[in-house]
Design a protein around this ligand. Structure first.
Ligand code: 4AD
Ligand code: MG
Length: 478
């Protein structure tokens, strides 16, 4: 029996004459002669050529799209167009049958909605498998960047008692019997009877704990799942998503923005180099898809051009106030084209505003900083104007916000005042305040949404298609 190899290494070594054994799933079986086989190791299927006369007809009749096979054969130069090597098949072993009448992933174009309903099988398609390979390489690049830059990887808890963002959009964690919830003398739920003797939730962000780690380890990052029970049924929101959160002692807002820009460029470039085939494929897919929409809604640039643009150009940096003025005086705002018109300084930007800035006005990624304190979380450092905080958001074409971060409030009196004004219970944050009591230092960090970045790199239109099993309102199948 020849050496078992992966299809990727067959393509890479191109050793004509080698006898090899490969495994995979059948993509197509044409003319009783050509099997396109894929094992997930790379984008391309390998063409396996059968001499019909040499094989048991019974076996051949069982080969359908979706069947898993082991094939033994010789690597030969391809006779046909479209590939330079193929396998001249000597041996076929059927590993697992697949009923062609029931197998949903047929060799034709499926809608993404249909594929979502078949999320357990959709990774067999070229598009989704490309996205998942990119997701994997991107995750590796993230660790590589931080490791090369002397960051420590810390694991912050998934179950927490604090609401980092103060937005109250959390999933409760409890072992209480929901049919017999214990009540205290005031008739309120008695959480002292719960597993942790207090209210607990799935984390919305590892930031607060990462701050504690940074104020001892210097530079740290977390990279894990985060959970938000916000009922936003959009193509940019998941209830469970992955976030990368670096946190650095002795960093001010500028240092933070510089790091974020350097980090984003590094990881995009890594993936662009490593997954060229996938990105070229996805770029072509997008071009075809865009042919179905009106010309003025199409992208002026291809996916590859957009990726290269981000890698090679400085991000624009503007304050919230500057961004506000641009938006307020913009054509769509004056003509009432925005769903949320902008009139008063201090309102939060909606994704239509963010996308106008990035796609129409600057045509470049934009960092907006110094946001009004009213619309940002309690932990952000207050500016001298007492109206704005050292927040920063990075906005990307086609996506909107991809990063949210800030310099943190390190002055205990200012922080306490802020907590009080927001009616947050100071006692719950005792340990967070301790960090400001014992050797407090300036520090900063940010959070990058992994799936939002994958949307940008892959050109996919819906965040549900860049995570294996999406969690969204009313949907936790699989
Ligand atoms: O802006 P956010 O809420 O910031 C934080 O959570 C900070 N604690 C991060 C920090 O400073 N350490 O979220 C950060 C990023 C957003 O910019 C976005 O990319 C992503 O997380 N994000 C989501 N991605 C998918 N689905 C959702 N529901 C998301 N909410 C936020
Ligand atoms: Mg944000």
């Amino acid at each position: 029996m020849p050496q078992k190899t992966e299809i990727k290494s067959v393509f890479e070594s191109k050793n004509i004459g080698d006898n090899i054994s490969i495994n995979g799933w059948v993509k197509t079986f044409r003319s009783n002669r050509f099997i396109a086989l894929n094992d997930g190791s790379c984008l391309e299927d390998i063409q396996c050529v059968i001499n019909f006369e040499e094989f048991d007809k019974e076996i051949l009749s069982k080969i359908n799209t979706g069947t898993s096979l082991n094939i033994g054969g010789k690597v030969v130069e391809s006779q046909g167009k479209g590939q330079n090597i193929e396998i001249s098949v000597k041996e076929i072993n059927i590993l697992g049958l697949s009923n062609p009448d029931e197998y949903p992933i047929q060799p034709k174009k499926h809608s993404f909605e249909f594929l979502r309903d078949n999320a357990h099988l959709r990774v067999r398609t070229k598009t989704i498998s490309s996205v998942m390979r990119i997701r994997s390489e991107l995750s590796y690049a993230i660790h590589k960047f931080f490791n090369e830059n002397n960051f420590y990887y810390v694991h912050t808890p998934i179950i927490t008692g604090s609401d980092a963002e103060g937005a109250g959009e959390m999933f409760r964690v409890t072992t209480l019997d929901l049919n017999k919830v214990p009540k205290d003398s005031d008739g309120k739920i008695d959480f002292t009877k719960d597993f942790f003797s207090k209210e607990t939730n799935l984390t919305v962000s590892g930031q607060l704990e990462a701050e504690s780690m940074a104020l001892g380890l210097g530079k740290v990052y977390t990279f894990g799942p985060t959970f938000r029970a916000e009922n936003s049924n959009t193509s940019r929101h998941l209830a469970e998503f992955w976030m990368i959160e670096p946190e650095m002692a002795f960093y001010e807002l500028d240092d933070n923005i510089n790091l974020a820009e350097q980090f984003i460029k590094y990881i995009i470039k890594y993936v662009y180099d490593k997954c060229k085939n996938e990105i070229v494929f996805l770029s072509g897919r997008l071009e075809k898809e865009e042919q179905n929409i009106p010309k003025n809604e199409r992208n002026d640039f291809s996916l590859e051009e957009r990726i290269n643009f981000v890698i090679n150009n400085d991000f624009i940096r503007i304050t919230y106030s500057e961004a506000f003025d641009i938006l307020k005086n913009s054509k769509p705002n004056k003509k009432g084209k925005f769903k949320f018109p902008l009139n008063e300084w201090g309102v939060d930007f909606q994704s239509e505003h963010e996308r106008f800035l990035v796609e129409k006005y600057f045509k470049c990624p934009v960092v907006v900083y110094d946001y009004p304190s009213k619309i940002k979380a309690f932990y952000m450092r207050m500016n001298d104007d007492k109206k704005t905080v050292k927040a920063m958001d990075i906005l990307f074409p086609g996506i909107g916000e991809i990063v949210g971060g800030s310099q943190r409030e390190e002055r205990i009196d200012v922080l306490k005042e802020r907590i009080k004004s927001l009616n947050i219970d100071e006692k719950e944050l005792w340990w967070y305040l301790d960090l400001r009591k014992f050797g407090t230092v300036k520090h900063s960090g940010f959070g990058l949404g992994l799936e939002r970045l994958i949307l940008f790199i892959t050109g996919m239109g819906n965040i549900r298609d860049v995570i294996p099993f999406p969690r969204t309102p009313k949907n936790a199948e699989f």
